[in-house]
Design a protein around this ligand. Structure first.
Ligand SMILES: [Fe+2]
Length: 154
């Protein structure tokens, strides 16, 4: 997990520099929460833990560090992640493509993608639930939450 730690140091180091305290706290809390949820789900689904956790670290990066419009945040986070991971020279192109495809697709909660994409979407929904268990989940988010809980139980 040396590569995970490398990405984590960079991501949390960047979050520490966010001036707006609310945004900084949200960045750290939500990213950590998705990282924890994806760990449990990746193990229960038998998917790559390392790539999953790295995708979780970077999945909302642009939202928090660039404060970009929400509709652009997945694409911009994927673009940033691609450049960052490539520059690090620690990853194969196939791994970078997989991680950044997951990030780029993660807003499309109504669509079914590859298992790794689905993993990040479900971890994102589960994390939001754990951050506020009293909020209402409907439609595909509710379905994802129930599926994720069922996977963790099996
Ligand atoms: Fe997001």
């Amino acid at each position: 997990m040396e590569r995970y730690q490398f990405v984590k140091d960079h991501v949390y180091g960047s979050f520490q520099k966010i001036d707006n305290e609310l945004l900084r706290t949200a960045a750290i809390t939500h990213t950590n929460s998705v990282d924890n949820c994806i760990t449990l789900l990746a193990i229960s689904r038998g998917l790559s833990l390392e790539l999953a956790k790295i995708a979780a670290l970077l999945h909302d990066f642009a939202q928090y560090t660039q404060n970009c419009p929400h509709k652009d945040h997945a694409r911009l986070s994927a673009l940033y992640g691609h450049q960052f991971l490539e520059n690090s020279k620690k990853f194969k192109m196939r791994e970078i493509d997989e991680i950044t495809y997951m990030i780029g697709q993660h807003s499309y909660k109504n669509h079914i993608d590859s298992p790794m994409c689905e993993l990040l979407k479900d971890a994102d929904v589960l994390a939001r639930f754990m951050e506020d268990p009293y909020q209402m989940f409907t439609g595909s988010k509710k379905e994802r939450l129930l599926n994720a809980c069922a996977d963790l139980n099996s």
